[in-house]
Write a protein that binds this ligand. Structure first.
Ligand code: GAR
Length: 208
């Protein structure tokens, strides 16, 4: 069983998609052993608890410095002995030590087709605002391994979604979640849990 720890900051719809996929067997050979949020009010924490999953908050507000917070976050993650860390809307800069320790064992869902609309400043609704402002006709989502850059790690899965006339950032965000994020994030976890993903020359390779 792959031990999965999910890091969240907000609503937790991606967490919900993972929980549902484990329950209905879409994800095999994986279990969520804990959910950690940087934000005490994150609804994702309730979703985890409702599912009987260990959930806790590690907030930077509770510590005197960023270094101290980074240390506590890593400690909280390590305690759960994860095989895989999933960043599911986790809006915190990942400490370098954590990136090194969990290289190719930490994945992120980003709400665009990387390398479009990604990197510093592109998160949540801002991604969809930027896509609409640019007038692109196709958007989407990406699951990738986490490396030292922002949204630069090996790409595991991507899925495209159409932009419709009259879309608002909120409508587009919802469509990208429904048609792409909630599908490819569980799919990526299932592939990893069943040893179908390897990283070769800094590129993710998927076995069929
Ligand atoms: C999702 O759209 C996710 O792709 C995005 O935050 C949202 C979290 O929603 N993540 C990023 O923008 C990371 N750069 P959720 O809490 O309902 O899963």
């Amino acid at each position: 069983m792959l031990r999965v720890v999910v890091l969240v900051s907000g609503g937790g719809t991606n967490l919900q998609a993972i929980l549902g996929a484990i329950d209905d067997g879409t994800i095999a050979n994986a279990e969520i052993v804990g959910v950690i949020s940087n934000n005490r009010k994150a609804y994702a924490l309730e979703r985890a608890k409702d599912h009987g999953i260990f959930a806790r908050c590690v907030s930077p507000k509770d510590y005197g410095s960023r270094e101290e917070f980074n240390g506590k976050l890593l400690e909280a993650v390590d305690e759960l002995r994860p095989d895989l860390i999933v960043l599911a809307g986790f809006l915190v800069v990942i400490p370098e030590m954590m990136i090194r320790r969990y290289r190719n064992r930490m994945i992120n869902i980003h709400p665009s087709l990387i390398p479009a609309f990604c990197g510093t400043g592109y998160y949540g609704l801002k991604v969809h605002e930027a896509a609409l402002a640019r007038g692109v006709k196709v958007v989407g989502a990406t699951v990738h391994f986490v490396d030292e850059g922002t949204d630069t790690g090996p790409i595991i899965l991507q899925k495209a979604v159409e932009v419709h006339t009259g879309d608002t950032p909120e409508i587009l965000q919802r469509r990208v979640m429904e048609q792409a994020e909630w599908k490819i994030l569980p799919e990526a976890i299932n592939l990893i849990a069943n040893k179908k993903v390897s990283v070769v020359n800094n590129l993710a390779v998927i076995q069929s």
